[in-house]
Design a protein around this ligand. Structure first.
Ligand code: HEC
Ligand SMILES: [Ca+2]
Length: 489
């Protein structure tokens, strides 16, 4: 290169040097303008435009605190947005209508909500009081009876028709509780990848188990040193051994990645024996809108993995026939409403945890629309779009929603018709009063007793819940428990 440069004449050299100098100058101007136009996160906007009056941590200063949940001008989303947009001239709060756009203003609202929750302390510090073993909630007092606490990070529970209970432990063990006794781990379960969100996930029992003995498991399957992906298998248990294993769904090798989060996976059988399973976006948000990719979807298959011919995209060129719905981030709970519709929970980013009604072929919006704060520090430009479904309800900040259960039994008469959801990060069991497709009331039934990872109705009509140790981190493996929720007068 240098050699060639020397070989050309001096005027030409000067010309080249000048051209390069200009190019460099242009590049540096371009770089500066890129910097100026780089998207500003809401944290930066707050530091720039708000912290001078409201304090760096929103704790208050020249103006009031924004984290104490006391509002002079109203604490609803609309009122807070109005305070920021219009200002409160009488009190000295400037208007930001002309300096901040809707996306930025909504981002500030989300940031205020998140900061307020952080300031209010960890769930454990606000744990529900347990008096002589009894917890009082608005419509029902109850005890939480321990079925077993000799397990680690339980992920899911299922019952066999003979009354035995199956438990998955995230580190990769399947356990049976028989007549109140916890058996040693079932032998022969495949090795799982336990880093971050990975592990042994859901367990389901085939609706015709009595005839065929099939049990379904999902787990993060390891490849080489650091890649993994969700895999679904079925098998039978004989003498506490996992036998007759078949693979129901496994991704192509190119989808095994070093990204260890958003695996899904929850599954459920419907009345007709179809199996629905969720796959999270696996850290690739844009894949949720791509029908050639399995991630960020809810799938529907026959019990042996074949694709039903009436699935919505079987005739779409390039699309995966198993896809039932798309545009999901990380759905982690399923329950059928009494009218047969499927409801699913979904983890949002920072804020924007959702409950959705799952309808054939629909697009649930991720990552185009969301109610949360995206990884780039801003909300999505809009929260609604034609052709994309809105959730039934959503939460800001994110409580870490996972299991969901429609209750229509008789053991807790005051709860009949309600929907129960379990929260992981916020360690809550919530009761939702639902009218049609609207959530009209919510109650925190209990809080701070551990991440609620699963809720199912036992054959005895009681709730069984999988709980992690209170205060445990998402990725840590700690002792957990299965409890039975027994009503007391
Ligand atoms: C010049 C000082 C000042 C700046 C800058 C400022 N505020 Fe305020 N803000 C106030 C005052 C004063 C009030 C009146 C009530 C109070 O003191 O909390 C207020 C009220 C509010 C309220 C309503 C509080 C309530 O109790 O109903 C919100 C929300 C709010 N500000 C958000 C913001 C945000 C977000 C920013 C930045 C984009 C911002 N403020 C910038 C001074 C300021
Ligand atoms: Ca959505």
């Amino acid at each position: 290169m240098y050699h060639h440069f020397r070989a050309i004449g001096a005027p030409a050299r000067r010309h080249i040097i000048e051209t390069m100098r200009r190019a460099l100058l242009a590049l540096s101007i371009f770089a500066a303008s890129v910097q100026a136009q780089a998207p500003t996160t809401v944290r930066q906007i707050f530091a720039d435009k708000c912290s001078g009056c409201h304090g760096a941590q929103m704790q208050g200063g020249r103006a009031g605190a924004l984290t104490d949940d006391t509002w002079t001008y109203g604490g609803s989303d609309d009122k807070i947005l109005e305070s920021i947009r219009e200002g409160r001239a009488d009190a000295g709060m400037p208007s930001f209508k002309t300096t901040l756009n809707d996306q930025e203003t909504r981002g500030l609202l989300l940031l205020i909500r998140t900061q307020a929750t952080a300031a209010a302390g960890k769930p454990a510090t606000k744990a529900t009081p347990v008096t002589n073993g009894v917890i009082k909630s608005a419509k029902q007092s109850f005890k939480l009876e321990t079925v077993t606490d000799q397990i680690e990070t339980p992920w899911a529970i299922a019952f066999l028709p003979d009354g035995r209970m199956l438990i998955t432990e995230r580190p990769g063990r399947l356990r049976i509780v028989e007549k109140g006794k916890l058996l040693p781990p079932v032998e022969g379960i495949p090795t799982v990848w336990t880093r971050q969100d990975g592990g042994l996930f859901d367990v389901e029992v085939h609706p015709k188990y009595a005839q065929n003995g099939w049990i379904y498991l999902a787990y993060s399957e390891p490849r080489e040193t650091n890649r993994s992906m969700t895999t679904i298998i079925r098998g039978r248990i004989k003498d506490n051994k996992w036998v007759d294993q078949e693979v129901i769904w496994r991704a192509g090798d190119e989808l095994f990645t070093a990204i260890n989060f958003h695996y899904g996976l929850r599954f459920v059988f419907d009345r007709n024996g179809y199996l629905y399973y969720s796959l999270g976006d696996h850290g690739k948000p844009e894949s949720a809108q791509d029908l050639t990719q399995p991630t960020g979807k809810i799938h529907r298959i026959f019990d042996d993995g074949r694709i039903p011919p009436d699935n919505p995209f079987v005739k779409t060129p390039g699309a995966l026939g198993s896809i039932w719905t798309y545009g999901h981030r990380n759905p982690e709970g399923f329950s059928f409403a009494p009218n047969g519709t499927l409801w699913a929970t979904e983890h949002g980013p920072t804020g924007g945890d959702e409950v959705n009604i799952i309808q054939k072929g629909r697009n649930y919006g991720w990552p185009v629309i969301s109610w949360g704060l995206m990884d780039n520090g801003l909300p999505t430009p809009t929260t609604a779009k034609v052709g994309m479904e809105q959730p039934v309800t959503h939460w800001e900040p994110s409580p870490g929603i996972a299991p969901i259960l429609f209750y229509n039994g008789i053991k807790y008469p005051n709860w009949k018709g309600n929907v129960f959801v379990g929260m992981m990060g916020h360690e809550e069991l919530r009761r939702l009063t639902v009218k049609g497709t609207k959530v009209i009331e919510q109650e925190v039934v209990f809080k701070g007793l551990g991440r609620v990872r699963d809720i199912i109705l036992g054959p005895d009509g009681y709730f069984y819940l999988a709980l992690a140790t209170p205060g445990a981190q998402l990725s840590s493996t700690t002792q957990g428990s299965i409890v039975r929720l027994v009503p007391v007068k």
